[in-house]
Design a protein around this ligand. Sequence first.
Ligand SMILES: [Zn+2]
Length: 416
Amino acid sequence: MMHTLNPDRLWARIEALARFTRPDLPWTRRAFTPEFAAARAWLAENFAAAGLAAATDAAANLIGRREGSVPGLAPLAVGSHCDTVPAGGRFDGIAGVAAALEIAQSFAEAGIALRHPLEVIDFLSEEPSDYGASCIGSRAMAGTLTPAMLAARNAEDEPLIAAIERVGGIPGALAEPLRRPGEIAAFLELHIEQNTVLESRGEAVGIVSAIVGIHRLRLTVTGRTDHAGSTPMHARHDALVGAARVIDAAHRLAREMTGNPGYVVATVGRIAVSPNAANAIPGRAEMILDLRSTSDDVLARFPRLLREATAPGLAEMDLAFACELITRARPAPCAPEIREALATAARAQGHAALELPSGAGHDAMQIAEIAPVGMVFVPCRGGRSHCPEEWAEAADIAAGAQVLAAALLDLDARLG
Ligand SMILES: [Zn+2]
């Protein structure tokens, strides 16, 4: 028996959510703002219409719940986030919340009683917030929201913990993870791909194999500041030339290593040069390297390989090189049983069940700390995301939601 969603209602909800935007900067719905609160109130009404009892948890995640038929089972959870980056899109996160809502409502209307409780979750502030941290709600659930993150302040000097309270959270409860391992049977998230793999293959649905781990490293090249006019070329210790060699080597290494064994990308997106003067040879260059891979081994080996690759070029100018790990998030493999359920559902609905890694972080990455997770990707036009042009087709979102719904029914029957 094939259960069917209502694609028109799903699309109408995506359009309705888009209207909760800063009027001067579409499509902007930053967490903790009035637009966000209005969207949340609208969502809570829609959760009720979908037969879900809606409430916020201690981290101000909005959760709609319907009880299952078997007492004592942990819930099957599905969702994403409804906040956006400034001038972001109408689909990032939103498609996942709307899909989860449509799945819950169509199950209720079809009289489908799950064995497990079903939870639809709109996580608080997945995008990097005005307080620094990202994935605030899912981190709180998994226990990865640190006291330092909670104490960080926005430009108005409000600490994050006060902002969470302002939108319905309970600060005193955030010292402990909100859920323990075993308290979520499985978490599934639909998201736009934010890349062009599905579009280029003509696929409506993709299954995420793993979400990349992210290491941020501070790379510092130190030379010597000298006069830009009177220092001959052979006598220079130019830290910025050294930094250029490091950046190029990181780029080449990531290209060489990708696919062997995992997905690898490396980006230097920030650099500070001192003295940063037109007539002085740079004495010091400090960079942040954003390194992402689905392979823990690649993340661990990369700094040593980078050091080896750059040693001759740096030694030539007598430059010192330091490499310091500043933050790390582990790769989050999607659970084999959920990947399998999604692949079976996708094939049954005529899709190729293409597997692909996620190079972006998602709420599922945090929840993977405490529960098996799986993700469905749907294409977005040109891979564009975090911009007003972000676009996904109604038919693709509906197809992804349909796969997710079928996988949920399968997991409901199989999981304890
Ligand atoms: Zn997102």
